[in-house]
Design a protein. Structure first.
Length: 523
């Protein structure tokens, strides 16, 4: 029995599939593309949405991924891989960060210092830091707004309950001002004399105090010298002090007369500065009037607030406004949670086919979670839609029609063998119905297949053409760069041929850094 080309190709594809399945079941993933890694562990109370496969950054540089998450007693054990050339030390620290426009979670590692010693492969990172949680921040803001509302209500009640006390305080101030005015009027002469005598005393002290201090300093030095060498002289000094005491007794009446004179001078000073005292009394009266006017304004403001007038009154009285603010805060929290979990990928690639044909493809991929994503592509195909027109007998002219084509597909992601994943897609493929299946072997390697164009609208003049079946392999080189190669139009031997291409695929985090580096003016 002679095998057809289709059967041979099918057998070849099955052999490759069984080979890849054997490698996956045996080694966990394709060993040819797996880089040399080291494995470490760290324990958290809460991982805040960190998922398997998330990035691991050491000192801000992407250096590995999270391998697994599991509960160990009351902690969450995070097992992660790092490139073989990355070194960690025993005082390394770990925390959970957020990056990207959609808030992707990643494990951030601070490598530590060489003085602490090398952390061996399989070791445990002992120190962990906190994590940023947007939901917790929103809840704290909601609680703070409730406390502010209660505080404003309490302040309003306190002012309302103590209105009479405030009025009595103002009345007491007015009475105090009146009494001070009477006291100043009745003792005007005495105050002037006292002020004059005080000024005289201050003048005498300023003139004689430096000399007295200097004399005391000299006396202390002389006494110290005398105490050591001249005991007899000390006795004489004591006798002299006794004589000085006697002299003071005789001069005390004169000192008393000086004090009476000082009192007289103070009284005269009060008489001379009567106008200044009146000015001070007038200022106290004006202060009392200002306090009374301020109290009246405060009462009017409180009355407006109690009626619910003005911005503060509406905030205190309008329960519906409070409910709207609370509902808006909750809605904002839900929207932030959705945005945090959604990842955006934008890229473009070029592919070269047989006979010099090519395709240019612009890709938009929106992935809200780890179970599904939405794919949109704009395709420019140099082959276009091909049709034939006969000009002369036995002669044909091939013509092409060029239009942009669109791919819009919905994809579901399913766990497969070991750490691999199977993706099933369906929808539009280059402006025709199509389906697809991808096998994600690792972060770098994926096998893709697409079946579309069942009516072969690209070649309406060719008869008995089967749908276009394309099988390829994607390999991620470095950063956003990847290459793609495979076989196109497998079911039609006349059109079958190899293709190859290269492209770039950016995550939302890559775009953030690119736009930040360009320093674009933002509104």
């Amino acid at each position: 029995m002679k095998l057809t080309n289709e059967v041979k190709v099918g057998i070849l594809v099955l052999l490759f599939a069984f080979g890849f399945a054997f490698l996956v079941l045996t080694f966990g993933e394709v060993p040819f593309f797996r880089p040399a890694v080291k494995t470490y562990r760290v324990y958290f109370d809460n991982v805040a949405g960190l998922g398997v496969g998330a990035e691991v950054r050491v000192a801000g540089i992407k250096s590995g991924k999270v391998r697994s998450l599991s509960f160990k007693k009351d902690k969450v054990e995070v097992v992660f891989e790092l490139n073989k050339d990355v070194t960690l030390y025993k005082d390394a620290q770990a925390d959970i960060g957020t990056l990207g426009l959609m808030g992707d979670k990643y494990l951030n590692i601070h490598p530590g210092s060489p003085q602490a010693g090398l952390l061996e492969d399989g070791g445990i990172v002992q120190k962990t830091l906190g994590y940023a949680d947007t939901d917790k921040l929103i809840k704290d803001m909601t609680s703070a707004s409730e406390h502010i509302r209660v505080m404003v209500e309490t302040f309003r009640l306190v002012l309302s309950e103590n209105r009479e006390d405030i009025r009595r305080i103002v009345q007491n101030l007015e009475l105090l001002t009146h009494n001070l005015n009477l006291i100043a009027t009745e003792n005007r002469q005495a105050l002037r004399s006292a002020i004059h005598n005080i000024n005289l005393l201050v003048y005498n002290l300023n003139r004689t105090l430096p000399q007295a201090v200097e004399s005391i300093d000299r006396l202390a030095k002389d006494l110290d010298h005398i105490a050591v060498e001249n005991r007899q002289d000390i006795r004489d000094t004591v006798a002299n002090l006794r004589q000085l005491s006697q002299d003071l007794k005789t001069t005390f009446p004169e000192l008393s007369r000086n004090l009476r004179e000082l009192s007289y001078n103070l009284n005269a000073l009060v008489v001379e500065n009567r106008q200044d005292i009146r000015t001070a009394t007038g200022n106290l009266s004006e202060l009392t009037n200002n306090l009374k006017e301020s109290s009246s304004r405060l009462n009017r403001i409180l009355a407006h607030i109690e009626k619910g007038e003005g911005t503060l009154g509406k905030l205190i009285k309008d329960e519906e406004l409070y409910r709207n603010i609370s509902a808006g805060t909750k809605a904002l929290g839900k929207a932030g949670d959705v945005a945090e979990k959604t990842s955006l990928y934008i890229g473009f690639r070029g592919e070269l086919y047989r006979a010099g044909d090519s395709k240019g493809i612009l890709t938009f991929k929106l992935q809200p979670d780890g179970e599904k994503y939405y794919l949109l592509e704009v395709v420019g195909d140099s082959r276009g839609r091909v049709y034939k027109e006969e000009v002369l007998p036995n002669q044909q002219v091939v013509k092409k029609e060029f239009k942009p084509e669109f791919t819009l597909q919905y994809a579901r992601i399913f766990p497969f063998f070991a750490n691999t994943e199977l993706v099933l897609r369906g929808g539009l493929k280059e402006s025709t119905g199509g389906v697809g299946a991808d096998l994600l072997l690792s972060e770098r390697v994926a096998i893709t297949s697409d079946l579309w164009d069942f009516g072969r609208l690209d070649r309406p003049k060719d008869k008995d053409l089967k749908p276009n079946l394309q099988v390829g392999v994607n390999y991620k080189m470095r950063g956003p760069l990847y290459i793609r190669a495979g076989v196109d139009d497998l079911l039609n031997p006349r059109l079958r041929g190899a293709f190859g291409g290269v492209g770039l695929m950016f995550t939302d985090n890559d775009l953030k850094y690119i736009l930040g580096g360009l320093r674009l003016p933002l509104p």
